[in-house]
Design a protein around this ligand. Structure first.
Ligand SMILES: Cc1cc2nc3c(=O)[nH]c(=O)nc-3n(C[C@H](O)[C@H](O)[C@H](O)COP(=O)(O)OP(=O)(O)OC[C@H]3O[C@@H](n4cnc5c(N)ncnc54)[C@H](O)[C@@H]3O)c2cc1C
Length: 641
């Protein structure tokens, strides 16, 4: 559907995005497109997926729809829908037997390979398979060429609270040469404050009656901030009251009673039923939880928004004092959110790959990895003990004989429309839990049921290269919450310079804007919302995404002089239908005993098959992905040959 404003928005402008026709990349062979898109045939995904691994090819430089890009998911969906096996031929066996086969080249799969090699020695033969055309899983690197500048961007963003990491996770970062203290120097924490750039909130006309950007959140008194918001007097008063009054809304209850009450109440209900705010405040907060939880405040338990002993919480007013964090209990400052490489946690994936396959990524330091050019043609060389094979969707993992006594596992994967088989002495599944029942059909029913329980949160991380960031500068903001808009948050990049990579600190320079969207359906359970969100993400066209983000940037930043037709230089959308790992939600899920938690039951080793991935820890953070890899590799250690 063309929009009358398309011309003004610059929908027709030549920028760095792949050209898309209704979300489908032009240039792929039409036979190939007809195949996996409508099920699965021998035609496979597209011949271009092989060309992509030729010398010189660089997936991070691809723009348009990335993340779960076209070609990465069709075989898996064919498997789910029961159409896959009817349409493929006999498998071809490849390679000699590996000591370890890892399914999934996200942080967990790469970490599993790292831990295994440490244990088994440098000569251990390891094969890592992943369905995407790039490694890193969510930690996917993005590159832009904006004018003369090369700009980097990210999927998974930062090393979050590393002081809380386990010895194994800290040890892995140290093995890779990452010195966390250096980020205090690389991340310029003073830059935005020195330019008087702060936080703003964009109120959109569809939700709040008019388009208005209000700036100065936290810098000016809440009374003054909300006086400028297009809200009723009652809503303004309630917003100010929530932020400023020091009230225990559950007075008379013990801490344990409060915890029990808050576990079963959403923040939306807390606002209206416990803090007695007008329902008009709910839309202001509705999407605040999207980025962290993948759902709105209707579906987030208050218990998840406050950590005992952490007087800062996550910025949800009303909960802190209620839970006893009055500020005089000895507040401990949370670690700053600064542990960020310019390409996010992709640098950690790249450091892992460099350590496993040194030929593929040159360099030796945490600084030089930032701009090092990976040679994708060297990831899968027969002479290398560790190999990484991309665009390869694993469709079956089966012991050669009885799982209790078998000495090998056969792994079958689809690549470029062909089926291949490899054998391994052990296998670690660092892919999605929900995929495993389709791969390991012999697993006990209870374990398969447990693996299928969690539903990963769908997320879109859009990155937009802009010609300059003078509009942000003029408006005095570096980040904007947009509770009613298509993307609920937008921000200019983290001010990090490392090695040869210099952050564009002058507003006249090109910059990358980061935007988040989480498809939600308030009123449903979290798992139901995620399932519908998966569908939305697979159905959405790039054209829709592009139009929406251009329109939103124009409306938010127009008063600062932003012109989407002229100022946008490139767009890359990270579509993660299977995003964050699922943590049971006390609002909707049973109160599982610790040993009955679905991810605990699901992660039990099955013969020579171990289960890693953040799903196996039920928490969507990098340290979980690493810890689960460590555990899965330890479990496999009992098989000496
Ligand atoms: C947008 C986004 C931002 C995030 N930001 C942060 C952050 O800032 N900090 C943080 O700590 N965490 C963050 N996370 C959480 C992130 O999930 C973890 O940090 C970590 O990267 C997860 O790694 P993983 O290996 O467990 O899973 P994944 O990254 O999901 O990797 C699993 C890989 O296995 C592949 N796979 C699945 N099935 C198959 C199959 N059948 N055959 C072959 N391959 C298969 C998948 O496609 C994927 O590439 C973020 C997540 C998302 C989605």
């Amino acid at each position: 559907m063309k929009d009358a404003r398309d011309h003004d928005l610059g929908m027709n402008r030549p920028i760095t995005r792949r050209d898309f026709l209704n979300g489908v990349a032009i240039g792929l062979g039409s036979a190939a497109l007809g195949s996996y898109l409508t099920g699965c045939t021998r035609q496979g995904v597209s011949d271009s997926s092989f060309a992509r691994h030729a010398e010189g090819y660089s997936p991070p430089a691809e723009s348009g729809l990335r993340g779960d890009a076209l070609g990465s998911f069709e075989a898996a969906h064919g498997l789910r829908d029961g159409t896959f096996w009817q349409t493929v031929g006999s498998p071809t066996s490849t390679d000699a037997t590996y000591d370890l086969i890892v399914v999934g080249a996200g942080i967990s799969g790469l970490a599993a390979a790292h831990f295994f090699r440490k244990q088994a020695g440098d000569k251990a033969r390891i094969l890592i398979l992943d369905n995407h055309d790039d490694f890193g899983g969510h930690a996917q690197r993005k590159e832009f060429q904006a004018g003369k500048r090369r700009l980097l961007s990210y999927g998974a963003q930062s090393i979050e609270s590393p002081s809380l990491y386990t010895a194994e996770s800290k040890g892995l970062l140290a093995d890779l040469g990452i010195d966390l203290q250096k980020f205090y120097h690389y991340y310029d924490q003073k830059l935005y404050p020195s330019m008087k750039l702060g936080s703003g909130m964009f109120f959109d006309r569809e939700t709040f009656g008019e388009d208005r950007l209000v700036t100065g959140f936290g810098a000016i008194p809440h009374k003054d901030f909300f006086a400028k918001a297009p809200l009723s007097e009652r809503a303004r008063k309630d917003m100010v009251r929530l932020y400023t009054e020091k009230v225990d809304y559950l007075r008379g209850h013990t801490l344990e009673q409060k915890k029990a009450i808050l576990a079963k109440i959403s923040y939306a209900d807390f606002l209206t039923k416990i803090a007695k705010c007008t329902p008009e405040v709910v839309p202001v907060f509705q999407t605040r939880s999207h980025d962290l939880f993948g759902v709105g405040i209707d579906a987030v338990s208050c218990a998840a928004l406050f950590e005992e002993g952490d007087d800062y919480g996550y910025g949800y007013p009303g909960l802190d004092v209620t839970m006893g964090a009055s500020g005089d209990r000895g507040m401990h400052k949370p670690e700053p959110y600064i542990f960020h490489f310019p390409d996010g946690n992709a640098s950690i994936a790249r450091l892992l790959v460099r350590s496993l396959i040194p030929d593929a990524i040159p360099g030796t330091t945490m600084e030089d990895v930032v701009l090092a050019k990976a040679d994708y043609s060297r990831l899968d060389k027969p002479q290398s003990p560790a190999r990484l094979r991309l665009s390869s969707t694993v469709v079956r993992v089966q012991h050669n004989g009885d799982p209790a006594s078998a000495r090998e596992v056969t792994v079958t994967y689809a690549r470029n429309g062909q089926i291949y088989q490899v054998r391994g002495r052990r296998c670690v599944l660092a892919c999605y839990n929900s995929m495993i029942p389709y791969l390991c059909r012999e697993m006990p029913a209870k374990q398969k049921e447990a693996l299928a329980y969690g539903v990963r949160a769908p997320l879109i991380y859009s990155h937009v290269a802009i010609r300059n960031w003078t509009s942000f500068h003029k408006l005095g903001v570096f980040q904007i919450a947009a509770p009613g808009s298509y993307h609920v948050y937008a921000a200019i990049d983290f001010p990090v310079s490392m090695g040869e990579y210099k952050f564009p600190s002058n507003p006249e320079e090109p910059m990358v804007v980061f935007m988040v969207r989480t498809p939600c359906q308030p009123g449903l359970t979290q798992r139901e919302q995620h399932r519908l969100g998966h569908q939305e993400l697979y159905d959405v066209t790039f054209e829709t995404l592009e139009r929406n983000l251009r329109d939103q940037l124009a409306r938010m930043l127009g008063p600062g002089g932003f012109d989407p037709a002229n100022d946008i230089e490139g767009i890359t959308v990270g579509r993660w239908a299977h995003g964050y790992a699922y943590s049971p939600n006390p609002l909707f899920d049973p109160d599982f005993a610790d040993d009955e938690l679905p991810y605990v039951v699901g992660r039990k080793p099955f013969g020579r098959i171990g289960i890693a991935n953040s799903d196996a820890g039920g928490i969507a953070y990098m340290d979980t992905a690493i810890n689960e890899a460590y555990r899965a590799v330890q479990e496999m250690a009992r098989y000496q040959s």
